[in-house]
Ligand binder design. Structure first.
Ligand SMILES: Nc1ncnc2c1ncn2[C@@H]1O[C@H](COP(=O)(O)OP(=O)(O)OP(=O)(O)O)[C@@H](O)[C@H]1O
Ligand SMILES: [Mg+2]
Length: 508
């Protein structure tokens, strides 16, 4: 399908937008527009300026210069109220739903429908939400509390909420990063349907395969400037070309784990039970090995590893490291036992946002490395800078507070912290979520290096290519139990999905 730009006018047009943050130009003159009914994808490396540009559009940031035209009126800045009233709405990646309220209440919070005497008209909100859901093919129980919904259903609620104010432009900033393949496909379908209703969509994602599927136009930005816009004529462009535009050079996107000898069992988990009634879980990870944990979102993978590292309580189970039983009842015990746990929710759990990049990255490693009383803080940057460079962390300096880094760069700092800490056993939960393709390749290299140094890795991942190319073995988790182990040729997407969904050999 091709989009007809000839006879239409953009619903919004941003012109030569510049944004400076204390001497650093996050945006150095971006011109970007979106047409009604179009999906315009915005891609670029971590820190390229995507979220900043969108914050200018939602009025969260005031541009240093430039203009924004909406319906023939030109503004030199917007504020959040004005932006909303002009029909610009955003689906944030962070969760902004109220857990204790139900679906209908969340969709209309702050925007309730009322009947006489200002009473909230739940019935009419419910009816409207239901008709919207039918129209878009979403299936949710409207009176369910948010806290009882799966992550992907919560995402649909966020989208319904954004649509309830009849926006003309909908911004989606990495909407599928929390999803497995199937749910991500649903979001893509939904996005297409929304655009067909005449809403202009700005879609930001690091999943370039999604981007090429859904886009009418793709704009690539690098270092705060537009590199290229792919339109109808050239939108069959391969992902490799887009990546090259993003990074400025070719990137090897296919990275396999490098061969290394597999040694003895390093980590053994025996009869781990989260609660009295939950299944018993046992598995091992050998020296030099990467074991992938696959399963649908909500299958219980994260819960398993959280119980393992003492982040959550467990009912029963033993943990052995190099054959010796260890007692882990809190995350500190697990660090002392030589385990690194890189959580999926990095901002909340992995970083001290008001501390510098340097402090964040070295806090664990230096504990081990510094012996003696006298430390020369001036020497610290030289210790960590090579690693930060390898992971392509974009920051004005190592002294910058972590809060000022882009989402993806914050994640890289957490990865750097654990890599620098040189633990023996690495547990990664969705390690490359939100990280651009180029940094991903670097990170995979680091993973290979770890195994070559005789460490072992347990990796939860919903990113199929990553799971398949990096894992020596894959354990498929379903309903809180390990359903099966896949090795060799059986580590393929079809087999993994089949097992994760619980489809038996005879197809039932
Ligand atoms: N409030 C701020 N103060 C200082 N610098 C900032 C601020 N917000 C963003 N930046 C800087 O602006 C640049 C662009 O960041 P932005 O968040 O727009 O990147 P992004 O393209 O969304 O990246 P990601 O893919 O990692 O989300 C980064 O270098 C970041 O450090
Ligand atoms: Mg961003």
């Amino acid at each position: 399908m091709t989009f007809d730009y000839e006879n239409r006018k953009p619903v919004i047009a941003m012109r030569d937008i510049k944004k400076e943050f204390s001497g650093v130009w996050a945006l150095s003159g971006i011109t970007f527009d979106v047409y009604p009914g179009e999906v315009h994808c915005l891609v670029g490396e971590n820190g390229a300026g995507k979220s900043t540009l969108m914050k200018v559009l939602t009025g969260a940031y005031t541009p240093t210069s430039g203009s924004i035209e909406v319906d023939g009126t030109t503004y030199d800045k917007l504020d959040p109220m004005l932006s909303k009233s002009l029909g610009i709405n955003i689906v944030y990646q962070e969760n902004d739903l109220v857990p204790s309220m139900d679906v209908v209440e969340n969709i209309y919070v702050g925007n309730e429908k009322t009947k006489g005497f200002g009473l909230v008209d739940y019935k009419s909100m419910e009816a409207e939400a239901r008709s919207k859901m039918n129209e878009l093919g979403i299936d949710l129980k409207l009176d369910t509390k948010i806290e009882n919904l799966s992550v992907s259903d919560q995402q649909f609620v966020k989208i319904l909420k954004a649509l309830s104010v009849q926006p003309r432009v909908l911004i989606m900033d990495e909407p599928t990063s929390m999803f497995n393949v199937e749910d991500a496909a649903k979001v893509l379908e939904l996005t297409k349907k929304i655009s067909e209703q005449g809403i202009g969509i700005i879609y930001i994602s690091h999943f370039l395969n999604e981007v090429v599927q859904i886009a009418d136009r793709i704009t690539v930005i690098r270092d705060g400037a537009v590199v290229r816009t792919y339109t109808n004529e050239n939108r069959d462009t391969p992902i490799t070309a887009i990546t090259k535009d993003m990074v400025g050079r070719s990137v090897d996107m296919f990275y396999d784990k490098e061969k290394c000898p597999i040694g003895d069992v390093m980590l053994e988990v025996k009869d781990l039970q989260l609660t009295k009634d939950s299944p018993k879980i046992s598995f091992t990870v050998r020296q030099g090995e990467i074991v992938g944990f696959s399963g649908m979102v909500g299958s219980g993978r994260t819960e398993m590893v959280r119980a393992l590292v003492g982040a959550d309580s467990r009912y029963a189970g033993q943990i052995f490291i190099n054959g010796k039983e260890v007692h882990i009842s809190n995350p500190n015990d697990s660090i002392n036992a030589g385990i690194a746990f890189i959580t999926e929710d990095r901002q909340k759990l992995g970083l001290m946002l008001n501390a510098s990049v340097l402090e964040n990255a070295t806090i664990l490693g230096l504990r081990e490395k510094i012996k003696g009383f006298f430390v020369n803080i001036k020497k610290f940057p030289a210790l960590i800078e090579p690693l930060l460079k390898e992971l392509r962390v974009k920051t004005p300096s190592v002294w910058t507070e972590a809060i000022y880094l882009s989402g993806g760069n914050q994640q890289k700092v957490v990865l750097a912290k654990w890599l620098y800490a040189e633990q023996d056993i690495y547990i990664f939960d969705e390690p490359t979520r939100g990280i651009d393709v180029n940094a991903k390749a670097e990170f995979y290299k680091q993973m290979s290096e770890l195994t070559k140094k005789g460490k072992c890795i347990l990796m939860i991942s919903s990113d199929m290519p990553e799971l398949i190319s990096m894992s020596d073995r894959v354990l498929v988790v379903r309903d809180g139990a390990i359903d099966c182990e896949l090795t060799g040729k059986d580590i393929n997407e079809q087999e993994i999905i089949k097992r994760a969904l619980g489809v038996k050999k005879n197809g039932r």
